[in-house]
Design a protein. Structure first.
Length: 593
């Protein structure tokens, strides 16, 4: 590890991925994330400040996947990449992408990308790539075998400029960055001001005036000096239509980036469903960052994980849920199809979460004296039937959450309906989402405990320190086994009979919350010991009040007899004894002569 501190700027539309990257990078003392951006505008604003990163980690699919076109997303990421290369030629860029799109990779290589990695790259390789590219070297291991078409080359052509033009351009960029930096500080001071104090109100008026002046100055400078200073990006051959906007010499690149980002932001804000979904996910991400101590008084599979691994697994589960909802939105699924698709949707989320958490090609050697290599994910996914029955089929309210976010249907909260965006609906949606994330995470760890519980490599990479011993692991597994039995024969029938669901939620730890849900259909399907237990509960409800009343009546009678009959009798006997003792004492006294 190098002693030099590398400052990183992460530009990625996936907020959950950004959270995971920031949490992962925090453990390395030589790497510091100085900024992160979701949109093109945010990235440009950060780069215009005084912050000078040593490396930019960029996803070419920059705009969120719920925008109108995936091709537009790729185009936007490529535009920003080209702008960075033209404005900051000395700034190294590591492209971190979820897929290999040949055209994008071709253009990235031709424009001088320093590094490229897939998002599924192993953590040690990704760490090597970040350090290597930040140090000024190249890392293109994931592009081995990729062939560039030599007939299609992109060039960045700067218009012919005089010395005066160059000076004007430099003054313009320096002035714009200075104005943006001061404007950011003014806005921060405005947000911190207190309206209740007279001095703060006056200061707020002054700051508001300064903000207006800065915006006016920026607009004036942009109009006077901001024209014809951007490079024109052109191709030697005719590019496909998806890149037509990039190749157009009549459109100013920075304006195009800003306008496109603003239009997409306005579209997102105007769409109520997407705004509600974004709010839900942001709140859940924030809660996952807090304490994850199990306060539910029942053992959970994820309790065996280290805190950072537990948090990473929950992030991945949340991300896969979001991806599934996005895919369903684009698939134009009908409301009547949601109920039948739930098992397949949950199974897909579980499978993708397991693959992303462990890695598709995670191999273990020398397992149980077997010389052959074992693919961990393949073994875990073979338990799909058990996971479907014991975990996924028991996840409650997911169909209601899907309908709520896809079709704006009302959520039923305590036997009343709540519309999308209301406080009650948001709270119930949060609760359902929390439980879904935790249950998916538990379902990922359960087959690991069944198949690789005592493998040393698994212990070292995933388990908490106090659960490394074989005895502790077996005790933990036995606790889980007893929990499964109690839930099957006692807890679940009782909850069905009482028309309740118990959900797990994040609340400064993981806690249990009970909600009312009609479960008459499930009650009719109970049989065997489960049905017998509900009959015992019903018998208890039928007999217990009367028996309690009878015992209370008998007890009252006994108290009356003991206090009024026996007690008085004992009192009379005691009085007679005392009187007898007094008479005997008087008789024994000597008489006076």
């Amino acid at each position: 590890m190098s002693d030099e501190l590398y400052k990183l700027l992460l530009i990625d539309a996936d907020r959950i991925f950004r959270m995971g990257m920031r949490s992962w990078l925090a453990q390395f003392s030589d790497l510091e994330m100085v900024g992160e951006a979701e949109t093109l505008t945010e990235a440009l604003v950060i780069l215009q400040r005084a912050i000078e990163p040593d490396l930019v980690i960029l996803d070419l699919n920059l705009i969120a996947k719920n925008s109108e076109s995936v091709e537009i997303n790729r185009q936007s990421g490529l535009e920003l990449f080209q702008l960075l290369k033209s404005e900051y030629p000395e700034l190294p860029i590591l492209v971190l992408s979820s897929s290999q799109v040949p055209k994008l990779l071709d253009m990235s290589l031709r424009n001088g990308v320093e590094g490229y990695c897939l998002k599924g790259t192993a953590s040690d390789k990704l760490l090597t790539a970040i350090r290597q590219v930040a140090a000024g070297n190249q890392y293109l291991d994931d592009l081995k075998g990729f062939v560039i078409d030599p007939t299609d080359r992109l060039t960045i052509n700067f218009p012919e400029q005089t010395v005066v033009d160059i000076l004007k351009r430099n003054f313009y960029l320096s002035g714009i960055r200075g104005i943006d930096r001061v404007l950011t500080e003014v806005k921060a001071n405005l947000a911190d001001s207190n309206r209740d104090r007279l001095g703060d109100r006056i200061a707020k008026m002054v700051l508001a005036g300064q903000a207006r002046e800065l915006k006016a100055a920026r607009w004036l400078i942009d109009r006077l000096w901001g024209q014809k200073i951007e490079p024109v990006i052109a191709s030697a051959n005719n590019a496909p239509n998806v890149y037509a906007e990039i190749d157009s010499p009549n459109v100013k690149l920075s304006d195009r980036l800003t306008n496109k980002s603003q239009n997409q932001s306005n579209q997102k804000l105007s769409n109520n469903v997407l705004a509600v979904q974004a709010s839900l996910w942001d709140k859940t991400v924030t809660k996952i960052q807090s304490s994850l101590v199990n306060l539910s008084k029942t053992p959970l599979e994820i309790d065996i994980l280290k805190d950072e691994k537990k948090r990473e697994l929950l992030y991945i589960a949340l991300r896969q849920i979001e991806q599934s909802i996005t895919d369903l939105r684009f698939s134009q699924i009908q409301p009547s199809q949601v109920e039948t698709k739930i098992p397949d949707i949950l199974k897909s989320i579980w499978q993708e979460t397991a693959i992303n958490f462990f890695g598709k090609y995670y191999i273990l050697d020398n397992i149980a004296n077997v010389d052959t290599e074992v693919n961990v994910v393949d073994v875990l996914l073979n338990d799909v039937a058990i996971i479907q029955t014991e975990f996924l089929d028991k996840i409650s309210q997911f169909n209601n959450l899907l309908s709520h976010l896809l079709f704006e249907t009302e959520l039923v909260v305590d036997n009343s309906t709540s519309a999308l965006g209301t406080t009650e609906a948001m709270q119930r949606a949060e609760l359902i989402l929390d439980d879904l994330v935790i249950q998916i995470a538990n379902a990922v760890i359960q087959p690991l405990l069944n198949n690789f519980a005592n493998v040393e490599e698994i212990k070292y990479n995933f388990y908490r320190y106090n659960l490394l011993a074989t005895r502790e692991i077996e005790r933990f597994r036995n606790d889980l086994s007893w929990k499964y039995r109690l839930e099957k024969y006692i807890t679940d029938p009782q909850l069905i009979f009482e028309s309740r669901h118990v959900l797990l939620t994040f609340a400064d730890g993981i806690k249990r919350v009970s909600i009312y849900t009609p479960r008459n259909q499930e009650l009719q399907q109970l049989e065997g010991l489960q049905l017998a237990f509900t009959l015992v509960l019903e018998l208890q409800d039928a007999i217990a009040p009367r028996l309690k009343s009878a015992i209370g009546f008998i007890g009252s009678g006994l108290v009356y007899v003991l206090t009024n009959v026996v007690g008085r009798g004992i009192g009379l006997i005691g009085r007679g004894v005392v009187q007898g003792i007094g008479n005997a004492w008087q008789d024994s006294r000597p008489k006076n002569k």
